[in-house]
Design a protein around this ligand. Structure first.
Ligand code: AMP
Length: 215
């Protein structure tokens, strides 16, 4: 089963992708994670994308499609792929369609995670992740443990905040979502692949709705 998690920054795509990875042996393909890795690698591509990401703009289609192509052609995912944060433009959606067709792979569902903008701002400005396993924390709802031992991996860890998780960059990221990514809701609806879930519910409720949508 191959699925797309679609929603604005802070909708909970990464958190739900992690739950699907654990529960269904799926492989998470997050272009955001790939780009963050590229920027720390010191490559030319990494330097190029760092500034774009920090400002909250989208990296070029060519770069992200290249990253996804590399992943899809380099191995097979047992339980299928979860596309997290990709596609983000119509050109990326078309490219993904062609890539999957080339590989003879289906696209089984596109899960739209619906949330309101005020909730996104408070979620994002309060979020941090475990530097060891990537578990997501929130200053208000799930604070970092006082002893800095991650509740998910059990390791004493450094907890990181993303450079682009600030109000200024978030405004640009939200605008990019509404201008460039939200047309994908109609695109996948027309293809009969769209399923929408309430992303504002608790983490467990959201994952139950996703499980129901996937059947
Ligand atoms: P994310 O972790 O998905 O919130 O992505 C963080 C940042 O990486 C975004 O704000 C963009 O700058 C960049 N990015 C991630 N995925 C894509 C994509 N599919 N297309 C263009 N830029 C992307």
């Amino acid at each position: 089963m191959n699925i797309i998690l679609l929603g604005p920054p802070g909708a909970g795509k990464g958190t739900q992708a992690r739950i699907l990875v654990e529960g269904r042996n799926m492989v998470q393909l997050s272009t955001g994670d790939m780009l963050r890795e590229a920027r720390t690698s010191g490559t030319e591509m990494g330097k190029m994308v760092a500034e774009v990401m920090d400002k909250g703009h989208l990296v070029t289609d060519e770069i992200v499609i290249g990253l996804i192509r590399e992943q899809l052609t380099s191995g097979k995912a047992g339980g299928g792929y979860i596309f997290d944060g990709f596609p983000r433009t119509l050109a990326q959606a078309d490219a993904l369609g062609s890539l999957l067709a080339e590989l003879g792979e289906p696209l089984d569902a596109v899960i739209e995670m619906q949330v309101d903008d005020a909730a996104l701002v408070s979620r994002i400005t309060a979020r941090s992740t475990c530097g060891n396993c990537g578990e997501v924390y929130n200053d208000n709802t799930k604070p970092i443990p006082a002893d800095h031992v991650c509740t998910s991996c059990g390791q004493r860890a450094e907890f990181k905040r993303r450079a682009d998780d600030n109000e200024e960059s978030l405004k640009t990221r939200l605008l990019a979502y509404y201008k460039q990514t939200s047309p994908l809701i109609g695109y996948y609806y027309a293809k009969g692949a769209l399923k929408s879930v309430d992303g504002l519910a608790s983490m467990d409720k959201v994952s139950a709705s996703i499980a129901k949508a996937l059947g």
